[in-house]
Design a protein around this ligand. Structure first.
Ligand SMILES: [Zn+2]
Length: 256
């Protein structure tokens, strides 16, 4: 009976000129939409934050093995950020400095290719943006940060960075007043300067305008000085495989 029904539906689709899979009726394959990921800067959207304000402390965790994957994900230790987001972060940093603190940056711009590597590596996917949608980190418009005191020591927070537990939530209150105050100070000042918090990561802040900026897959090497070439470039393409077809932006390989 089911086979007969399926045959009839397929016949109708055939007659009207559609493949049954057009609507994803017959299998569970997710619908793949064109996915604009930009591989080169048409305008200088990304900037090196240190060149604008060298008082930030940079500790890019994914450029080291000190992250939840235990592997070095970024090929270069270069902290990049969208230029408009940078202005907001610098103004927040000014306020923190007046209070005797400085911002330590764990992550900022993350190439789209790296998002997929992290997503595939994570056991708990709820802490990472689905690569099908992209992350605001891929836009250069999100930062993972904490605060350090005048001696450079991190302020204690309710959880470690990238700790995938309820202690990382911004509504976790089963801890000391000091830890809550530190987390809320970070959140309050960032919101004042044009950022949004997310529920499950106290360290993550999205630029409120993030969605206005495109997803990017520009390799860090484009920001090296001087830019490498030849054999090194080939090695980089291994480090940063192109997951999306460069023609249709839908397929999973360089050319689908
Ligand atoms: Zn983040």
């Amino acid at each position: 009976m089911k086979a007969k029904f399926t045959f009839l539906v397929a016949l109708v689709f055939f007659i009207v000129g559609y493949s049954p899979d057009t609507f994803g009726i017959f299998n569970n394959t997710p619908s793949l939409k064109p996915f604009p990921v930009i591989g080169q800067q048409k305008e200088p959207a990304l900037v090196k934050i240190k060149e604008l304000d060298d008082s930030f402390i940079i500790d890019l965790k994914y450029a080291t093995t000190d992250n939840f994957t235990g592997k070095k994900i970024y090929s270069q230790d270069i902290c990049l950020i969208h230029r408009n987001t940078a202005q907001k972060l610098i103004s927040a940093h000014k306020e923190f400095k007046q209070l005797g603190y400085r911002i330590k940056i764990y992550d900022a711009y993350r190439p789209y290719s790296a998002q997929r590597i992290l997503y595939d590596a994570a056991e708990n996917k709820s802490f990472l943006a689905d690569p099908e949608k992209g992350s605001n980190h891929n836009r250069g418009a999100a930062v993972d940060i904490t605060l350090v005191d005048e001696k450079g020591d991190e302020l204690p927070m309710p959880s470690m960075f990238d700790e995938f537990s309820k202690k990382s939530r911004i509504d976790y209150y089963n801890t000391t007043r000091e830890l809550i105050n530190n987390r809320e100070l970070l959140g309050r000042v960032m919101i004042k300067h044009g950022f949004k918090r997310i529920g499950n990561e106290w360290w993550h802040f999205d630029d409120t305008k993030a969605k206005q900026y495109p997803l990017l897959d520009i390799p860090f090497e484009d920001f090296m000085d001087p830019r490498p070439s030849g054999l090194l470039s080939e090695l980089q393409s291994i480090t940063y495989p192109t997951y999306l077809c460069t023609r249709c932006r839908v397929g999973r390989f360089t050319f689908c």
